[in-house]
Ligand binder design. Structure first.
Ligand code: ZN
Ligand code: ZN
Length: 244
């Protein structure tokens, strides 16, 4: 195995109530019935509570960050990714990072990334594959999939994640699969939007941020952390804009 000089920055999402031992069981994440999103059933408080749309609107993707050396991000869908997901991600990356988007033709997941014991895709191998697909005139490439992805985390040989990125580096990958879990007010598509901002932030060199609510907060094992991430803090902005 070649040693990767880049840090793999992980936004982790554990299964609900998943203990380390149960996380090892291949059947835990399949079939997808266990992942059916919960409907918001708070009827009595519906008057007081903001709607999912309102909460989604609370995320602030302005003002635009002025990157000095990154002009173009390629988006590489794996297999069938709904157009709605691609356009959502494309729009937010343009709005926040001020980049052009190059939408690449969909490709199949590479067989080299398949992890048969858990029947899902190894994210670090997807990154290796994505690097080979980076167009010459683009600076970063973002893979998108609706299927489950994983990587090694600590003692966990195969740990399900939302996304993975080189930090800094050319490639990131995000998965919609776990965005659909434990849904409360913030809809899965809005989570995907924040996830894309987070992983591309890593590729630009941003580490995890201690500011609560910043898009670069560490998810610390749960997808619901994304629900409170509504802005890119000034520390992260200054850091990005000072990268030569
Ligand atoms: Zn992260
Ligand atoms: Zn921050």
């Amino acid at each position: 195995m070649p040693i990767r000089p880049l840090i793999l920055a992980v936004l982790l999402a554990a299964s609900t109530g998943c203990t380390p031992s149960s996380a090892q069981q291949p059947s835990e994440d399949h079939p997808a019935l266990a992942d059916v999103p919960q409907q918001d059933s708070a009827q009595t408080q519906s008057e007081q509570r903001p709607s999912a749309f309102d909460l989604a609107q609370q995320a602030n993707y302005q003002p635009q960050v002025h990157l000095r050396s990154v002009d173009c991000i390629a988006i590489q869908p794996f297999s069938a990714v709904p157009e709605e997901q691609i356009s959502t991600v494309s729009d937010v990356l343009q709005a926040l990072y001020g980049v052009q988007i190059r939408l690449l033709e969909p490709v199949e997941h590479p067989a080299s990334a398949w992890y048969e014991p858990r029947r899902r895709w190894r994210a670090e191998r997807l990154l290796d594959f994505l690097e080979t697909l980076l167009p010459e005139d683009c600076d970063r490439i973002l893979g998108m999939t609706t299927q489950d992805i994983s990587t090694t985390k600590g003692e966990h040989r195969d740990w399900g994640i939302l996304g993975l990125a080189n930090m800094p580096g050319p490639a990131a990958v995000i998965s919609f699969f776990r965005c659909q879990r434990r849904v409360r007010e913030v809809p899965p598509l809005e989570r995907l939007r924040r996830l894309a901002v987070h992983e591309i932030g890593h590729t630009l060199g941003l580490p995890h941020c201690p500011t609560v609510g910043c898009f670069m907060e560490d998810a610390e094992g749960t997808v619901t952390t994304l629900d409170r991430e509504t802005f890119l803090c000034n520390i992260c902005r200054r850091r990005l804009e000072s990268i030569p």
